[in-house]
Every structure is written in structure tokens, then in C-alpha cells.
Design a protein around this ligand. Structure first.
Ligand code: SF4
Length: 437
């Protein structure tokens, strides 16, 4: 008896199946790629019609199928796709044994950047049709990806480090709020004190959890490639994109502190977008050991701030510019003789600024206190997809230069991510049924 399984002799004549079809099983994802691309109105989406200009060429569906298949299987380079088209039976099945050269493949991605982005949106629309976007709660986050000409920077560890620092600062902030609660017992309800204590415990737990790998997966319903290093100013744009993708008038958006901006949050509130965005912890007073604004409790009914010494700071000077109206609250007589002054201000009086639309920001803070798990949901929703995408992209992340081309690459990555996700959630049978509907 032979000890190991043996292969066939290389000289033996092999009878391959007569049809390419026989190589591709009924549950092979390549069938979903084929059905998805065939269901698209490619010229309506803006793909260039080479034949219309007199030059015979490949139909865009062939090249798009090659790309969607390639990104699903982590083959992104045009040279590798050319190679695979000539030897990979799944690709042969998909293209009808057409094998365009690498330049044709690369030119297609370069020339159809906008249309490729629309294909990504079409798949999100399909997700909505099959009922995968019903919750109307979306998480927004940004992540830095390496451009081709920026090979030596990986921001992920630094980002994690920043987040850990943020959590430590949050703990300090809540501890200082508890201090304030001790001093102003009547002003702060017992329930709030309990909530603060719970938050501190949760934040300490998070410091441990952050080191673990999150296993949840979610769909990416909107994305944007920007060269801006900051998330600030992106909230309204991303929230509106997400809202149209979800197809709901009102949505809830969860984002991290980088997206915090008064005007942006106000615009969201005015547009029916409920936001969960924590305040940035950038007060210079914290570093110097001074009381920060959060130590002063706003009393809406009387329009005063209760300071850590229990005094009521009333509205004084008003400043107005083209963008906002700011009121300053102070106590004219209490500060100079206050026993806490050395921890409060080096000026004659401590002044607290209040934007005339600050109720919107207070509402967000209240919401976050009532639902402290919101930020945890954001993390588990957003960070894993970014990590997965980066892993699929490989070391260099993007293969092309310029924002337009990088945006097309990103769309193909996002499409591939969502495709795999949907296959995992509903299975190829249901996806095929949806595509044929
Ligand atoms: S210095 Fe003024 S604002 Fe600060 S705690 Fe004392 S009274 Fe309140």
C-alpha cells in the first residue's frame, strides 16, 4: 500500500471538462461579480464607450469584472491581473477567456475613476434594497492611508497611542467633574455622580479592550478620499452622504472628537442628523491644573454658570463676528477673594465663554452621558473595516498617484470589502436573487 497520495503523471493525457462552466461551482462568488456587473447600466454611470470613438476595444463590463474580481482576491496590480486573466479559470470564466494587456487594464481604472466610484455607491444601494441598512445609525471615522510616495509612515500605532492618551485625559476630566460634584452637591444630581463614576470604570476597561482585536464587521456605506490631515469640517459632508446612502430622512451619526466643530454640529442638528460626538480635550487649563469649562455647570433656567466655588456667574460682555455670537459669564465680586482662585484663573476674574448656539452642544453632551456605549459602538463599527482594508491593500496601500486615481482605487477596495461582507451576511444565493430582481 502506498503511504502518500500521489498526483498524476505529467505525461498522462488529461480530459479537461468541455465547458469553462464546469470549473465554476454554483456557490462561487465570481458568479455574483458577474451578475452584479451585468446588472449595471455602465454607460449610464459614465464608463467610456471606446467603440463609440471608432477604436475597437474591450467592453467596460469585461474590464470592470476583472477589477472587481481582482480586488476581491487581493490582486490589485494591472500586471498581475493580466497574468491571472491568462491562467486563472475563474477569471477566464468571468471574461470569456479575454485577456487584456496590463496597459489596457490600468488605463481603464485611470480613465473611469468617477464611474468606478459610482459602482461602489450602486452596491451600497443594493445593500439598502436587501434591507441591510435599516438601522439608520452610522459611524463616521477617518483613517490615514499611505500614498505611493509616502512609504515610511504608518499611522495606526500613533493613532492608537493618541486614543489611549485621550482616554487617560477623559478619566482625569471625569475625576475633576466628581471633585466639582463634591464641592457643588446641590447643583449636581446624585444620578449624574453615579454616571460619572460608571464612566470612569468603563474608560478604564476600554484601556484594556483597545489592545484586543475587534471582531465585528459592518458595511462601509460612504467614503471619501481627502488630502486634509484633519477630520474637522468633514462631519456634515459625510453625514449627508451617509444619509442619502441609507435613504432615510433622519439618521444618527457617531463620530470621534476629531469631528467636533460647533458650526458642523449645528448644521447636522438643523438637518435632522442626531450626532454623538465627544468634545475635544484640548483645554490648556487642564495642563496647568486649572478648572476647565466642564467644571462650570450651566443652569439653563437662570442662564448662569455655577462655578466650583458655588457662585453664579452671570452674563456680561458680548462679542459678535461674522461666524458666531459669544457671551462671557463672570462674577464681579466673588473672584478676587475666592479661596479657589489659584486653581481658577490668573486674571482678576474668571470668564466663561458661551456660544449663543451652545444648547446644541449641551444636547450632545447629555446624549453621550445617557448613552455612554455610543463611542464603543463607533469603535467596533469603524475601526475593524479600516484595519481589514489596510491588510488587503498590503504594505504600499495605493498603487496610483493623484487624488482622483486614489479615489477610484479606494472605491474598488470598499466595493470588495462590502461584497465580501454581504456574501458573509446573506450568502451568495440571496445576493444572486437580489441581483436578478
Ligand atoms: S475664582 Fe471666581 S469663578 Fe473661580 S471658583 Fe472662585 S468665584 Fe468661582
Amino acid at each position: 500500500m502506498k503511504r502518500f497520495i500521489e498526483g498524476v503523471s505529467r505525461d498522462q493525457a488529461i480530459l479537461f471538462p468541455d465547458h469553462l462552466e464546469d470549473f465554476v461551482g454554483e456557490d462561487n462568488p465570481v458568479r455574483a461579480v458577474d451578475a452584479f456587473v451585468d446588472a449595471l447600466d455602465l454607460f449610464g454611470l459614465g464608463f467610456s464607450d471606446a467603440a463609440a470613438t471608432g477604436r475597437p476595444g474591450y467592453h467596460p463590463s469585461i474590464l470592470l469584472k476583472i477589477y472587481v474580481y481582482g480586488y476581491l482576491n487581493r490582486i490589485q496590480s494591472s500586471r498581475r491581473l493580466e497574468l491571472e486573466a491568462g491562467r486563472n479559470v475563474e477569471l477566464m470564466w468571468l471574461t470569456g477567456r479575454l485577456a487584456p494587456d496590463f496597459k489596457t487594464i490600468a488605463d481603464f481604472r485611470r480613465d473611469n475613476s468617477k464611474a468606478i466610484r459610482k459602482v461602489c455607491s450602486q452596491f451600497v444601494a443594493l445593500c439598502r434594497q436587501v434591507g441591510l441598512l435599516n438601522s439608520a445609525v452610522v459611524a463616521i471615522d477617518g483613517s490615514k492611508f499611505k500614498a505611493v510616495n509616502n512609504r515610511d509612515k504608518n499611522f495606526t500605532p500613533a493613532k492608537m497611542k493618541r486614543r489611549m492618551a485621550d482616554i487617560e485625559t477623559s478619566i482625569k476630566l471625569y475625576l475633576s467633574k466628581l471633585d466639582a460634584a463634591d464641592r457643588n452637591e446641590p447643583a449636581l444630581p446624585a444620578a449624574k455622580v453615579t454616571r460619572l463614576q460608571e464612566r470612569i470604570i468603563k474608560l478604564k476597561e476600554q484601556m484594556v479592550e483597545l489592545k484586543a482585536i475587534d471582531v465585528e464587521h459592518h458595511l462601509i456605506i460612504a467614503h471619501e478620499v481627502t488630502s486634509s490631515g484633519s477630520d474637522r469640517g468633514q462631519l456634515v459632508k459625510m453625514a449627508n452622504k451617509a444619509r442619502s446612502a441609507v435613504g432615510s430622512k433622519e439618521i444618527t451619526v457617531v463620530a470621534d472628537r476629531g469631528y467636533y466643530g460647533g458650526e458642523q454640529l449645528l448644521e447636522c442638528a438643523e438637518n435632522g442628523i442626531t450626532t454623538y460626538v465627544p468634545k475635544p480635550l484640548t483645554s490648556s487649563g487642564t495642563k496647568r491644573g486649572f478648572f476647565i469649562k466642564q467644571d462650570f455647570i450651566y443652569d439653563t433656567k437662570n442662564d448662569v454658570y455655577i462655578c466650583p466655588a458655588g457662585e453664579s456667574l452671570t452674563k456680561g460682555a458680548h462679542r459678535s463676528d461674522r461666524q458666531s455670537d459669544i457671551n462671557f459669564y463672570r462674577h464681579l465680586t466673588a473672584c478676587p477673594n475666592c479661596h479657589l482662585k489659584s486653581r481658577c484663573t490668573t486674571e482678576k476674574l474668571r470668564r466663561i465663554r458661551r456660544w449663543d448656539q451652545e444648547d446644541v452642544l449641551d444636547d450632545i453632551e447629555r446624549r453621550l452621558e445617557e448613552k455612554p456605549e455610543a463611542m464603543k459602538i463607533r469603535r467596533s463599527t469603524v475601526e475593524h473595516p479600516f484595519g481589514t482594508l489596510k491588510a488587503w491593500m498590503g504594505y504600499t496601500h495605493f498603487l496610483t498617484r493623484t487624488r482622483e486615481k486614489v479615489a477610484a482605487e479606494m472605491s474598488l477596495h470598499v466595493l470588495a470589502y462590502n461584497f465580501k461582507r454581504v456574501l458573509n451576511i446573506i450568502g451568495i444565493g440571496s445576493l444572486m436573487t437580489a441581483l436578478r430582481a
